[in-house]
Design a binder for this molecule. Structure first.
Ligand code: PXL
Length: 279
């Protein structure tokens, strides 16, 4: 069984970061070890939340794993809370990346042109340094724009524009880049990616439901990681992630009593497993 480690916060209530990565990647038949970077009562989109930083735990845990010779087929980082945590992730990659370990960075920092509470332009520039070290990076256009220090263009773009941004992203050093939440000219939504080694762009879109839920970026990234660990290429894994995320949103909309803070990803797990041919 493949083993990955995902490094992000635990938002106890909120259906994001580790509380979606752990169940989704595990359900896909991949051992999912975690390195929690902070414990919050909820994610930061709630009015009241607590935040307990766990930065001091990262190096001791990493060193203990090294002594135990625990290694990983993939290292997947998500929401990080400080400059120091970004630097520790760069160290973690150097310590734990074997020749065949895939590193995936979701620079979860913002959406719709706005950075989440507590982040600024300087943080985004620092996150770009972690992206430089990664095999795969999964920003949305907001995060990409902040990391590259270019204006956020909203919905006012075409595929050519996204191709230019992707090229700039791989220029940072990442081995491949993907932009999530890309809107196609025909109204669908999905991803565009660039593989510099092959000098090849790709895209994949599906239905755009006109709603927005928190945590869908984390569901998307987790699914991409899990699908790659099931042997899919990045491009094929992204197709599964687009379709599963859509299914999560679709089922959430069908549920009159859905939570306001996240999607019913649990209800769509059977779809995901069928899609991977596991059931
Ligand atoms: O889904 C991204 C995310 C993860 N973790 C925390 C967050 C957010 C987005 O706001 O607040 C704590």
């Amino acid at each position: 069984m493949k083993r990955i480690v995902t490094i992000q916060d635990i938002s106890c209530v909120g259906k994001c970061s580790l509380t979606v990565a752990l169940p989704i990647i595990s359900a896909m038949g991949v051992e999912t070890t975690i390195l929690p970077t902070a414990v919050l009562s909820t994610h930061t989109q709630f009015k009241n939340f607590t935040f307990h930083d766990l930065t001091g735990e990262i190096t001791p845990i990493s060193e203990a794993w090294k002594k135990e010779q625990i290694d990983f087929d993939a290292i997947y980082t998500g929401y990080l809370g400080s400059f120091e945590q970004i630097h520790l992730m760069i160290d973690f990659f150097r310590e734990h990346k074997k020749a065949d370990t895939i590193t995936i960075v979701d620079p979860a920092m913002g959406d719709n042109g706005i950075l989440y509470k507590g982040f600024d332009v300087a943080f985004a520039r620092e996150m770009a340094k972690l992206c430089a070290e990664a095999d795969v990076i999964l920003p949305n256009l907001t995060e990409a724009s902040y990391m590259l220090d270019i204006p956020y263009v909203g919905s006012d773009y075409d595929e050519d524009y996204i191709r230019r941004v992707l090229k700039q992203l791989t220029g940072l050093g990442a081995k491949s880049a993907v932009i999530t939440g890309v809107k196609a000219a025909d109204g669908r939504i999905g991803v565009m990616g660039y593989l510099p080694d092959e000098d090849r762009y790709f895209s994949y879109y599906n239905t755009h439901l006109p709603v927005s839920f928190h945590g869908t970026g984390d569901i998307f990234s987790s699914t991409t990681v899990g699908a790659m660990m099931n042997g899919l290429s990045l491009e094929d894994a992204l197709r599964v992630a687009v379709d599963y995320t859509l299914e999560c949103i679709r089922l959430t909309m069908e549920n009159e009593n859905h939570r306001f803070y996240g999607v019913d990803f649990e209800a769509a797990v059977p779809y995901l497993l069928k899609r991977l041919g596991k059931v």
